[in-house]
Design a binder for this molecule. Structure first.
Ligand code: 5GP
Length: 191
């Protein structure tokens, strides 16, 4: 997605440890107009797929998923919760995910009320690095006996393992921009 590559070029900041910061439009301040373009692009990439629900993970996935859902006929969006919360039902699907940015494991939970057997689930997230978040969300869908019909990622860091692992597993993965290297703060994109 050319406009996304340009946006990352002009607004992205490379931090040490191969972290890309896109706080000006995706992870802190949200550029709603641009997220609409992202939503349309996800619809275009998954136009042949029947989607009953979109699943993402808090926090940054929520805005992406909510805007994208409007292009899939306002399907419900469910976001997996990372935080311990007294509000969350006790009857949950739960998995453990290692956080790349925080360097620790955390529990991810979805109430059993909001994922049902046989539903077609599109998983969306902001970044793909080593694939732990995506694998965790796929595990939750599996626990619900629902179907993962695709995985949509805004920015894939292609120099980390996640993309390869997921493609090899046979899941349909669509990344809107794939960065193949971050060398000396300079980004190289995959075509
Ligand atoms: P993974 O689980 O694929 O290793 O990492 C993906 C998750 O870590 C995403 O949900 C995202 O929140 C976070 N993440 C990984 N790499 C980056 C990065 O370079 N920048 C930002 N902002 N988040 C990242």
């Amino acid at each position: 997605m050319e406009s996304l590559k340009n946006k990352i070029m002009s607004e992205g900041i490379v931090l040490g440890g191969d972290i890309l910061k896109v706080d000006s439009f995706l992870n802190h301040q949200i550029d709603v107009g641009f997220l609409n373009e992202i939503g349309k692009e996800f619809k275009n990439r998954f136009k042949d797929v029947k989607v009953d629900k979109i699943l993402t993970i808090e926090a940054s996935g929520i805005a992406i998923a909510s805007i994208t859902a409007q292009y899939f006929g306002n399907v419900p969006v469910v976001f997996a919760k990372k935080s311990e919360s007294k509000n969350l039902d006790s009857d949950v699907y739960e998995t453990k995910v290692y956080s790349f940015t925080k360097d620790r494991d955390y529990a991810v939970k979805v109430s059993k009320k909001y994922l049902s057997e046989g539903e077609n689930i599109l998983i969306l997230d902001d970044f793909l690095a080593n694939g732990r978040a995506a694998v965790g969300l796929m595990d939750i869908v599996k626990q619900a006996n629902a179907n993962v019909v695709g995985l949509g990622i805004v920015i894939e860091k292609g120099f980390q393992d996640g993309g390869q692992i997921l493609r090899d597993s046979g899941v349909r993965l669509e990344s809107l921009a794939i960065i193949d290297s971050i060398a000396d703060g300079k980004l190289e994109y995959r075509d």
